[in-house]
Design a protein around this ligand. Sequence first.
Ligand code: ADP
Ligand code: ZN
Ligand code: ZN
Length: 732
Amino acid sequence: MFLRVIVDITHSEVDKIFEYTDGGYQVFLGSRVVVPFGSKKIEGIVIGQSEKSEYPIEKIKPILGVLEETPALTKECIELMEKVVGDCYVSRATALRLFLPTEMRKGKVKAKFTEYLVKSDDFDLDKALGEINKRAKNQKDLLLYLSETDKVKVSYANEQFSREAVKSILSRGYCNVVCERVVRSPYKDLAEIKKAVTLTPKQQLAVSKIKNTDKLVTLLYGVTGSGKTEVYLNLIYDAISRDKTAIMLVPEIALTPQMLKQLRARFGDTAAILHSGLSAGERFDEWWRLRNGEARIAIGARSAIFAPLENLGLIIIDEEHDGSYTSESSPRYSTIELAKFRADYNDAKLVLGSATPSIESFMLAESGEYELACLPDRINKRPLPEVEIADMRLEVRRGNNTPFSSVLKSELSDCLSKGNQAIIFLNQRGYSKTVVCTECGHVQKCENCDVSLTYHMEDDALLCHYCGAKYKMIKACTECGSPYIRYGGTGTERVVQELKKLYPSAKILRMDRDTTQTKEGHFKILSEFSSRGADILVGTQMIAKGHDFPFVTLVGILDADMSLHFSDYRSAERTFQLLTQVAGRSGRAEESGKVVLQTYSPENPVLMQAVKYDYEDFYKRELSVRKATGFPPFTDIVRVLIKSADDEVALNATKSIYTELDALYKANREKFRFFGCMKAPLKRLQNMFRYQVLMRVTASDKPLLDQIFSRSDKYRTRTVSVTMEINPNNLT
Ligand code: ADP
Ligand code: ZN
Ligand code: ZN
């Protein structure tokens, strides 16, 4: 048998399929194998088998071994891998890495086993006691202990009764060693609360619409707090009872424990969790539980779309509009596109849920390509929280230099005095956004990047949020030596500090990337807050989504403008989504909620629509703007990014690529809405100089995209990186 193998090297020059013979091993499609490669032994995956080969047989080497009995990948996964290769313009080896836990690839983690001593079938205590040496006290104690239990850990027996005793009892055949697989299971302390919920008529309607539609995709458009989760759980129940499997995706790792808790409450161990925050062993075990069918529901952030499940009946993408569903590093896959592929492959249903669907999804629902199910009301008709706009220009004029408007302060005092909880949202971690010299105006920048540094009080250090570089906090300006340094802009650390001054007795938690680095860090902060261990939760966008905190009655949004001023075509959409999501955290239980939205541009129409929760109005206006200006979904934005450590090398490659693409553009003008070449907005990042050719072209024109790629990719070398991005999340 001849095997077609992808070797696990992502070097562009080995982006080929290699042939091997099976070497007498039993190999399946999707098996992980060890193969000889040059003088090395490396791992690979079998993606095809055949009886014949075009190569002379004597040139084909045999594989050296098979890593697991069960093939790691299914046929579906291999096809999905090909889709990633086609959509994202990456090598097969790169695409394959998405499918396997990293540690498994490198062979660093293995299944964990524990050894036990178990009595042999003919164990007879009296007989054994008679046979052993009368003075061997440890052996006697061990026999007595064994006679009263079913099994004892070998490590425990060694400790309690000595290794010698264990050895001689074993050698006399009184007991045997058995290995048992230990499943390393994350979030063991999640309490399982079962509450029976009867669906409201509207939820019921949504469920039956989704079950009965013959469309592949349903958009579940339901306001925050309308009970979408309950609809998901019902659909999962339905899939499981039809002997199918399900994937449930949430936009943040921080949201997975909460979802897992609900899934475990209903489905027990049938649910497995997959995300990068687990320990290597846990991820390995959860992955195999899904692969071998022990677990049938996969829950996770975007990468769980690669869950090794067979026989899928349902895929749910919660908060489908969220930017995290598009990967920001290569391969830049769209989770929704891959989900459509898997749903179609398995004849399964795909449900996209959101209170603020992406413009594209809502357009497809309107056009009838997607089924549309709506949940227009909050559960029990609780009103959406009232939003008050605080004009920060007036605050500054009044001499208020704190991050809080007067209305937010009085609402906070009110909220805390009633014993309720508040959330303060700010999308900037650290203490200050920048560090500026008051004498010469110099802003401290990263040495590797064209980016200003953020001060972090906890480390007393300056951090680059792009490359992670850490610098000592300066005592004086590095330009002019002046000791007068000003902190520009406010981050979460500073907000906490200011809140402590205002409310010395309030307990405050901070949740951002810095406080969630430890294992299950998100989970700990969220559980503490939801069990009312704190009064105020300050955080970045991590706290904006999905969480259900019944005692929160106030949400303060400190910088509603932040994302509005980015030059990205999606900034209005992002702002609207973010504000609606954050506001949705308030007033979810009995008491009604309030939101204070602080802004320097209160007249901005996007903020006005968000205040009124008028998604449909927002959608209509935004869609017409996109149509008029030729932005997605009416076009595709394509960026070819050229990077090199040497500025001149990068520039030369850019010129060549530009010339090639310019010819393509001139021959196909009708397909281009925009064509231009320039320095990337961040000219230097991680010591790489960056240039780009930016285009807007007819939507979904695959042959055109292929041409753009092949004309650019030619200029990729060892020193120049050339990547192509389609509708990237951000154009830094
Ligand atoms: P969404 O995901 O749409 O924001 P959730 O699913 O979190 O909303 O539901 C909001 C709240 O309403 C939750 O506390 C949930 O337990 C409750 N809930 C949902 N459905 C029902 C129901 N049918 N009956 C009673 N309570 C419900
Ligand atoms: Zn200075
Ligand atoms: Zn940097």
